[in-house]
Write a protein that binds this ligand. Structure first.
Ligand code: ATP
Length: 231
């Protein structure tokens, strides 16, 4: 079980949510197919006709259109400006990535997520209005290091740069103890939002709830405090 399989975060936003992914490289295709598999409406676009055809053949998007995203008219005609979220998945073409992000923000798209391939690229994307900038290679590297050193930390949802909701295996040290006994808020500054135990999800567990080693705690807290957990 992980945060994504619990789907409590995605379900909150599911209704009528439409996505467009601009750029169907490896990153763009992965975003497209994951969203599509989760049941969202996704429009994939690329300047390269071959990649568009491939997206349709492999059924990784609901729709796919060939267009040059530096041209506002082409974006408008494809309906990109009506999407709730647009992902600009163009990493290697700096100019195209910046112009595309500017185009969709200027047209009023509420949520624009853009992929950056360097720090300066990220800064430029923010300057032209990207609501969220992602650095996939950097983030994957950090996640791998965390996973190698803290294998009990199963998943992390970053709320902001300092705070996260994490999914962690209950450590041996916590086994058989109640939340009240453990005083996690006082000792670690974290709040337990839910516990997944043998396929049951107990939300807002009572202070008298007893933890079992191997169950999964879903906890909210500051990253430094989470790091101090004995997992
Ligand atoms: P990967 O995800 O494979 O590591 P990447 O994210 O660095 O690569 P890029 O090679 O930068 O991806 O480009 C992603 C896609 O964006 C390419 O398939 C490219 O054809 C497409 N692309 C580039 N310029 C435009 C444009 N002006 N309009 C639409 N698509 C474009």
């Amino acid at each position: 079980m992980n945060l994504k399989s619990l789907k409590f975060l995605t379900n909150l936003r599911k209704e009528n949510h439409q996505f467009a992914v601009i750029g169907l490289g490896r990153f763009g295709r992965a975003v497209c197919s994951s969203l599509h598999q989760m049941g969202y409406e996704v429009l994939g676009t690329d300047i390269d006709e071959k990649l568009v055809t491939q997206a349709l053949t492999q059924k990784i998007a609901s729709h796919a259109i060939q267009l040059d995203s530096t041209e506002p008219a082409a974006l408008k005609e494809a309906g990109i400006f009506e999407m709730d979220t647009v992902i600009v998945a163009i990493g290697n073409y700096l100019q195209e990535s910046i112009i595309t992000t500017l185009n969709v923000k200027e047209a009023g798209v509420k949520c624009v997520v853009a992929k950056a391939s360097s720090e300066i690229h990220g800064k430029l994307l923010q300057r032209v209005g990207a609501d969220r900038v992602v650095f996939p290679e950097y983030e994957a590297g950090c996640a791998l290091a965390e996973n190698l050193t803290k294998p009990a930390l199963l998943d992390r949802f970053k709320l902001d740069p300092n705070n996260s909701i994490v999914e962690v295996l209950v450590p041996e040290e916590f086994h058989g103890k109640t939340l009240a006994e453990l005083q996690l808020r006082l000792r670690y500054g974290i709040s337990v939002l839910a516990v997944a135990h043998e396929d049951h999800l107990i939300t807002n567990p009572e202070p008298q709830y007893k933890l079992t080693q191997g169950s999964i705690m879903i906890a909210l807290g500051n990253n430094q405090n989470i790091q101090r957990l004995p997992i």
